[in-house]
Design a protein around this ligand. Structure first.
Ligand SMILES: N[C@@H](CCC(=O)N[C@@H](CS)C(=O)NCC(=O)O)C(=O)O
Length: 206
């Protein structure tokens, strides 16, 4: 499907602009606008899991068409939304973004990410991809989980997860997707960005 990328610089506070909040009221990206939504009218969607479900439904791909198979995909997609995204995200925050090192928080989220990798490794011992066939659930999990490549022992000790990472990373569309904006200079997480992302700005709106 054709698409146009509209970057949202969350370190500059663009996520709080009125026009973005109309699309994504939780001031987070990603969000999409499909000008050709159901009935030919535009539709705006936020939350990556909802976006993936919409794109799967619209394309007829990446999600099984029978009810039983669809719920296998949906449960692994929700596994990402409720676990992988938040636990990997919090681990990254306390390791790299937090102004002070809090061992309890780092350990808590590190343990959770390790546990989630074990859950996936066990699942991938019995299934080629999380929901059997390659699906929206793999697309949701991969960009977080691939970060464990920075800790090779975490990959080597989980052979099924390693096979899955290798297989997904080799896909042409995944390579194209991971390259999107990867060459943009990374803005520093300075005091201004910190206060936008983690400070009072987050609570200002009523
Ligand atoms: N559950 C959301 C998480 C989205 C999310 O956390 N986005 C972050 C960037 S990775 C964001 O936009 N943060 C901006 C902010 O917190 O103001 C999803 O899966 O779409």
């Amino acid at each position: 499907m054709p698409y146009k990328i509209v970057p949202v610089n969350i370190r500059e506070g663009e996520q709080f602009k009125a026009e973005f909040l109309k699309i994504s009221p939780n001031n987070r990206m990603p969000a999409i606008v499909d000008p050709d939504g159901p009935g030919g009218a535009p539709i705006a969607i936020f939350e990556s899991g909802a976006i993936l479900m919409y794109l799967a439904e619209k394309s007829g791909k990446l999600m099984s068409s029978d009810t039983r198979g669809r719920y296998v995909v949906i449960q692994w997609l929700m596994f990402q939304m409720a676990n992988v995204g938040s636990m990997f995200g919090q681990r990254g925050h306390f390791l790299r973004a937090a102004p002070e090192k809090i061992p309890y928080a780092i350990d808590r989220y590190t343990n959770e990410t390790r546990r989630l990798c074990n859950v996936m490794d066990r699942r991938l011992a019995e299934a080629e991809f999380l929901a059997g066939d390659y699906s929206s659930a793999d697309i949701a999990c991969y960009p977080w989980v691939v970060g464990i490549r920075r800790e090779p022992e975490q990959v080597e000790s989980r052979p099924h997860l390693k096979r899955w990472l290798d297989a997904i990373g080799a896909r042409a569309a995944v390579k194209r997707g991971m390259a999107v904006m990867a060459d943009l200079p990374r803005q520093p997480l300075d005091e201004k960005a910190r206060s936008i992302l983690y400070g009072a700005k987050q609570f200002e709106r009523r």
